[in-house]
Design a protein around this ligand. Sequence first.
Ligand SMILES: Nc1nc2c(c(CN[C@H]3C=C[C@H](O)[C@@H]3O)cn2[C@@H]2O[C@H](COP(=O)(O)O)[C@@H](O)[C@H]2O)c(=O)[nH]1
Length: 345
Amino acid sequence: MSLPSQRVRDSAIFICSRAEHVSIQTEGVQKAADYLTSEVLSLSCNETQLGDADIDPKGSDQDRTDWIFFISALNFCFWRSDTIYLVVFRDREYSGYRGFCAAVARAVQAGIPLYRPEFYSQISEARLGELLKPEVGEIPLCMKRTQILREVGSVLCEMGGSFLPLVLSCQGSTQRLVSSVLDKFPSFRDESPSTHEPGRQVYFYKRAQILSADLWYHFKGSGPGAFHDINELTMFPDYRVPQVLYSLGAISYSPELMGIIKRGQQLEAGGKIEQELRGTSVRCVEVLKELIIARLGEVGLDKARENGWEINSVSLDYFLWRYSKRERIKVETSVPHHRIITTFY
Ligand SMILES: Nc1nc2c(c(CN[C@H]3C=C[C@H](O)[C@@H]3O)cn2[C@@H]2O[C@H](COP(=O)(O)O)[C@@H](O)[C@H]2O)c(=O)[nH]1
């Protein structure tokens, strides 16, 4: 079987060749590549970060690795149809994914070792709900989150109580790490039968891939984040980056899909439209990457590196996701994000 990220790339090419509701826009993707090229030449990578030091993982390498694993295990569905998931921590408001990170930091500050497998392998739904409680309402999918934590927590406890040894055993390969995570933790198996061709499987692996990327990012490419094949990873197909690609004009939607999204209607998990949104996003970022590398040339790539940019799918994905925060109004007014109840993203 091919490497896991290659399976994602191959699925994306296949889905794009059959897609009816989502397509890459030839002109729009060129414009988006122009924009991203000028951004990596003029902005340092640090300037695009969101200043989240308060909510970042802290402690020893083992603590931070377990913290990042915990976040990845629950890195899905932070939207709600009634109100946003909002957490206040140290007088600052955080919403969505960052709200979740803030809730984890809040628990740790209160002396609760929430990210430790021995703690969460036994956690109850009520306790988890209390620890991740937003300002208004509840964390979405609390029961599913509890089940996932119990599943991954008990596997980690059997393996000695930490995720760090597994990371180190992968010897700097994201592909080995993604494969091991998929093998040991069924809740990371983000794949489904193709809705375009019976008998075919399509793969996305959003949480398993972003886990490797977040280790690389957090440890600045060394220690548990030293990966020699970081460029293998694809972007992480979630509900935010497709919205950004749409707002940049790089992808477009059929009138039917546009209607569904504008009405705030939920899509079917694992259905045709979802596969098209995710597969096209993966392919679109691959195309953008090639275009940006060609535009930069050797000299431009060196200049981008001086600004802290490696041009790979991970850094483009991070850029696009953060763009949804920096340019929130622009993105939100162009199109809402698609809605699916899922534990994959
Ligand atoms: N493709 C992609 N999806 C990402 C992220 C992140 C955060 N990663 C940070 C970690 C280290 C770096 O600093 C990254 O910036 C969260 N998500 C997804 O977004 C959704 C939530 O969105 P919202 O409701 O707006 O907060 C949800 O599906 C969540 O799983 C990313 O980077 N790429």
